[in-house]
Design a protein around this ligand. Structure first.
Ligand code: NAD
Ligand code: ZN
Length: 370
């Protein structure tokens, strides 16, 4: 049985919202630096920023970088692994940033998840894999600030940071109240430069999560409320002529945040397990993998299926196809196992006898449609 009730929920402590709100970062860091300078801690700030901003000559000015801070660009071509996080933490420690005044993560889900994990590890010690699971982080991390530059995953709001453990094949985050950002800056100006297809794929993560949550059997009033409004905002954005107007970028930033809040109190369904299998077996990124899975789920989510493809058409977005056609039996077996291991969402969507609905042949048929 799954737990349906909401007992205790931790949200982001504070956030700024609106165009140009990145300007609020300077005073915020000023306070952090001053408070901590009186104690024994290092006063420098660790900035983890998506590699896209490497080309931006004024990035240091934008984030109010000062002497004594360190800025590392995160290569979001690869989603975080426990090894890549451990390496980053060791590198920060070795260069004198073992106890900084704050950790700032600026980018998409990949970069924000790195920042959350690094912040937790700097104070808790040990390795990233030690904390993969539920409530294993012992003490609060370094003060962490999240600044999304692309919207949809909700990583700015959730209590997890997804990491793949290459040794065990486990894709699991540090699910903990201590993983939630202390402060988030939601500045829609920052997502203006996202390529259109990526904007669509990532934005759809919010829509898909909430569709899955609202179609499941394990529900609660607050999760439903967050999910309904997330879907509502996504419709306004993706059924509009241009999903990337300033107003729509702001709507999607809010949808992403609310979708993240929804995740905390609900379960996903059939799409995410199939998508996770595409990520683990074929290395496809989370958000594009979700969109690929949408090709195969008409029978589970008929109205969302139609609406999703209407939105893709409306925005002129193409979703990859045929990604699982050239696979042998061993490959399909790996996909099947990587899907069926997600028992909670599958139970939420299909009931406790989900294995009967998802035989090996059935799952192969679904993947062949992608
Ligand atoms: P991402 O961080 O992987 O970035 C996607 C691409 O967008 C990258 O190429 C990046 O360089 C580019 N980009 C980002 N901002 C840009 C900008 N302003 N202009 C131009 N390009 C920009 O993207 P994502 O889809 O947000 O994140 C996916 C990750 O999020 C996955 O690792 C997934 O596991 C994780 N995730 C986490 C949670 C959570 O709750 N923590 C939830 C869902 C997904
Ligand atoms: Zn997702």
């Amino acid at each position: 049985m799954l737990d349906t009730g909401v007992k205790l929920v931790r949200n982001v402590s504070r956030y700024n919202i609106g165009p140009s709100s990145l300007q609020e970062l300077a005073p915020l860091l000023g306070v952090l630096r001053t408070t901590l300078r009186t104690g024994k801690q290092h006063s420098g700030v660790v900035f983890l920023v998506d590699r896209y901003f490497q080309e931006d000559q004024s990035i240091k000015k934008k984030v109010s970088f000062t002497e004594g801070d360190t800025l590392r660009f995160i290569d979001s071509r690869d989603e975080p692994t426990t090894d890549s996080i451990d390496q980053l933490v060791a590198d920060l420690r070795n260069s004198g940033y073992g106890s900084p005044a704050g950790v700032v993560g600026m980018g998409g889900g990949t970069t924000m998840d790195c920042a959350k994990a690094v912040s937790n590890l700097l104070t808790n010690g040990g390795r990233a894999s030690d904390y993969q699971g539920w409530d294993l982080v012992r003490i609060p991390g370094t003060f962490k600030i999240g600044i999304p530059t692309i919207s949809g995953t909700g990583a700015e709001a959730t209590r997890t940071c997804v990491m793949t453990n290459r040794a065990t094949g486990l894709k699991l985050g540090m699910n903990s109240d201590f993983t939630v950002f202390d402060h988030v800056i939601l500045d829609p100006d920052l997502s203006a430069t996202v390529p259109r297809d990526q904007y669509f794929y990532t934005g759809m993560d919010a829509y898909i999560h909430c569709v899955e949550a609202l179609s499941g059997s394990y529900r609660n009033a607050i999760g439903d409320a967050y999910s309904r409004e997330t879907i509502n905002l996504c419709r306004q954005v993706f059924l509009d002529d241009d999903m990337m107007t300033a107003a729509n970028r702001e709507r999607l930033m809010v949808a992403s945040y609310l979708g993240g809040c929804a995740i905390a109190t609900s379960y996903v369904g059939v799409v995410h397990p199939l998508s996770a299998a595409l990520s683990v077996v074929l290395g496809l990124h989370h958000c594009v993998a979700n969109c690929i899975v949408m090709r195969a789920v008409q029978e589970f989510y008929p109205s969302a299926f139609s609406e999703f493809w209407k939105m893709a058409e409306c925005q002129g977005i193409s979703v990859p196809i045929g990604v699982c056609l050239d696979m042998d039996d061993k490959g399909y077996r790996a996909l099947y196992e990587a899907t069926l291991m997600h028992e909670k969402p599958l139970t939420n969507a299909l009931g406790s006898k989900f294995r009967e609905a998802l035989s090996f042949e059935k799952v192969v048929e679904l993947f062949r449609r992608m």
